[in-house]
Design a binder for this molecule. Sequence first.
Ligand code: NDP
Length: 292
Amino acid sequence: MTAKVIDGKVFAATVRAQVQAHVAKLKADHGIQPGLAVVLVGEDPASQVYVRNKHASTIEVGMASFEHRLPEDTSEADLLALVNSLNGDPKVHAILVQLPLPAHLNSELIINTIDPAKDVDGFHISNVGLLGTGQKSMVPCTPLGCLMMLRDHHGSLAGLNAVVVGRSNIVGKPMAQLLLGDSCTVTIAHSRTKDLAAVCRGADILVAAVGRPEMITGDYVKPGATVIDVGINRIERDGKNKLVGDVHYESAAKVVGAITPVPGGVGPMTIACLLANALTACCRANGLPEPK
Ligand code: NDP
């Protein structure tokens, strides 16, 4: 059996083009330009790359990009003051504080200071509560991208057995909520789960968000299942740096029906969903219809 490769790059390009068209229409019809502010504290190399990519993609779709790069030793008071000024800035419709923050800063406090309507990552406690109770919210970008790919591949997800490996607040838990919202029967697995391979083999949909390179092998998957690999792990192989997922692609692809590659799967969709969320925030702020 040859698995279908779910191409996140192609899908993300389509989403970005839709956002770009909507942004152009907002400008032409209403003179409004959506604005996304990204705050980066410190020098974390992976975060620097993400922020650079986010900036370039924001400009590309015609939105205003406001970048705030602060030194590693920024005080909590200064960061809170910046977030509050962005909350009050009418040109800024969406705010993202790049995680992880340096250890001396209280991430929860910072995130919960963002205006929930501008919380484009969907991590504010109000948005978490809204999502959990099935109300309109800002939906975290990575799980949203996964859901879009799954809906596109399956049509309806109702009644499918979904297993999410990982229970983080930014991926695992919101992913499980979204799948439940689409009427999957959801299991959340984690480091204390007994016989993880057997749990995973019960999945029609398997989402891996573990952060362990190639942990989910072909023995963990059910024939014909759909596998979404959220993991981004940098490893060294044959003397070269390589990006691999949480799924062992070669062995899993021999068994499953469809699978996302790493790179080129979930990653590109995350940025596309960030732009889509920023556009949604702008439309809501201006009382205009939201993009579909
Ligand atoms: P976290 O480290 O916050 O969470 C990892 C989860 O995996 C935890 O719930 C942990 O369980 C669980 N876990 C760890 N080891 C095992 C194990 N041996 N068996 C079963 N479960 C295990 O990671 P994130 O959720 O932030 O990220 C997960 C992965 O996704 C990372 O590779 C990250 O780089 C990637 N990522 C990719 C994004 C993208 O855009 N593609 C965006 C965000 C993240 P426990 O809670 O019990 O400790």
